[in-house]
Design a protein around this ligand. Structure first.
Ligand code: HEM
Length: 426
């Protein structure tokens, strides 16, 4: 079979061999490696760049498989060990994202790759690293800890499990192939030794590329089209909303909490990730008639169009009423309450994975959303919106926030640099 035919056969998955910058844009076509006996499909050969202004896995299109892992530094490990770990992890992430073997970064591990991803291409693998609040105490860097890492406020509906929340370090792995994702997970876990130990791990998934006739916004496990009104990279205020600016340090995009301080410069080009494990009470949700389900969100289930009319991409008309005088998008609809225009412009990039961890002892599915949102400042993104949702979201009776994390995600590593170097070596 020629490569050309394979490309044709890739169908809805798109063009073969795309190389994606960390920002998610297609930067060109990658020839498959000369030593590969057979060309890969588009899914396998798509590569995301590790080095760049921003870390990968933020604006990269949603991948089919995800692992979220938090680590704590072991007692006695400090800044030196953390720096060595970030150097190891970054080198491995760069290799794996290029479709190369992991090599050996493990200080006490065997010098070979596990072979789990041996036959696959990069498969859009991304590995993203973040630092939790406690990381700065452990590394004696509290003076460099940005105010954006102040603990999230408690919310009345929180049912948080501390053992599955926060952590010194956070790693997000995403790939369009489950074995490629697991391969990266194993490498990252093994290389954590001897500096850090896993605190918690969560596994998630999204729709596989090519499963729909044309690329579409993803659905979640409630069946809703989810992600429609995300900020788009093409929008002029996207960078300002999602990434910490170069000049303002990391006190939040507003600069309101400490001004433009060089001590936070290490976070320029970075972002904050809020991670929430949100259980969906699917047995209750699925009993609701579709019409009620649609009113809970304010959008149609079939195509994600707002209840005020139009198609998925039509702007919501929050003032439009039906013939009975009632608002078409109800007062307590999730999409109304979370809309930036109802939250002084507060916006975030939602980039979640669904999860399913089997059935709980009470017989209900332990399933829901690994909600991950990205913003330049959590106090201008997640916090005000969640405060408002907490007070009156029609979705609340059907979900439960079970774990929470807040992480500062440094900017992307330049060539020859590792992620977090500007914090750990200055
Ligand atoms: C399991 C929990 C959740 C589910 C199932 C869910 C589902 C949805 C759906 C279906 C939409 C409409 C389509 C779209 O624009 O993406 C939406 C919009 C949105 N959601 Fe959620 N959501 C959840 C939790 C949250 C949380 C915790 C937040 C933030 C605190 C949030 C913030 C938003 C925002 C900002 C929008 C866009 C509003 C707009 O600009 O129109 N969501 N969500």
């Amino acid at each position: 079979m020629t490569r050309r035919r394979l490309i044709g056969g890739a169908g809805a998955a798109g063009a073969a061999g795309l190389v994606l910058g960390a920002a998610g844009g297609a930067t060109g076509y990658a020839a498959t490696r000369p030593d590969e006996p057979t060309a890969l499909t588009a899914v396998g050969s798509t590569q995301v760049m590790f080095h760049g202004k921003h870390q990968p896995g933020i604006t990269t299109p949603l991948q089919a498989c995800g692992h979220l892992v938090a680590f704590d530094l072991v007692p006695g490990a400090g800044r030196k060990e953390a720096a060595a770990l970030m150097r190891r992890w970054s080198a491995t992430a760069g290799r794996l994202m290029a479709g190369e073997p992991a090599g050996s970064g493990a200080a006490d591990g065997p010098d070979h790759d596990t072979g789990i991803a041996l036959d696959a291409g990069p498969s859009s693998l991304t590995v993203t690293f973040g630092f939790g609040r406690t990381f700065f105490e452990r590394t004696d860097l509290t003076d460099r800890r940005p105010p954006g890492l102040d603990p999230l406020p408690p919310f009345s509906a929180d049912r948080l499990d501390a053992a599955r929340s926060n952590g010194d370090l956070w790693v997000q792995i995403g790939a369009d192939d489950a074995l490629v994702a697991f391969h990266a997970l194993r490498a990252v876990q093994k290389e954590a030794a001897p500096a850090a130990r896993v605190r918690w791990q969560m596994n998630g998934f999204n729709r596989s590329p090519g499963a729909t006739a044309e690329p579409m916004t993803a659905r979640n496990l409630m069946g809703q089209v989810d992600g429609t009104n995300n900020p788009k990279p093409a929008e002029s205020d996207f960078d300002r909303r999602i990434f910490v600016p170069d000049s303002q340090g990391a006190s939040g995009a507003s600069g309101a909490q400490g001004g433009t301080d060089a001590k936070y410069d290490w976070l320029a080009g970075g972002s904050y990730a809020v991670v929430r494990r949100i259980r969906m009470l699917l047995d209750d949700w699925e009993k609701l008639p579709q019409e009620r389900q649609e009113q809970v969100i304010g959008r149609r289930k079939k195509d994600g169009a707002p209840l005020s009319g139009g198609t998925e991409t039509t702007a919501m008309d929050l003032d439009r009423a039906g013939s009975d005088g009632k608002l078409l998008i109800p007062d307590n609809a999730h999409a109304r309450i979370s809309a930036p225009e109802k939250n002084s412009g507060a916006a975030m990039l939602r980039r979640p994975f669904s999860y399913h961890d089997g059935i709980s002892a009470d017989g209900t599915p332990d399933a829901g959303l690994l909600f991950i949102c990205w913003q330049a400042d959590p106090l201008r993104g997640f916090v005000p919106v969640q405060r408002k949702l907490d007070r009156g979201d029609a979705l609340s009776p059907f979900i439960r926030h079970e774990a929470s994390g807040l992480f500062a995600v440094p900017g992307g590593a330049a060539d020859g640099e590792y992620v977090g170097q500007r914090l750990l070596e200055s």
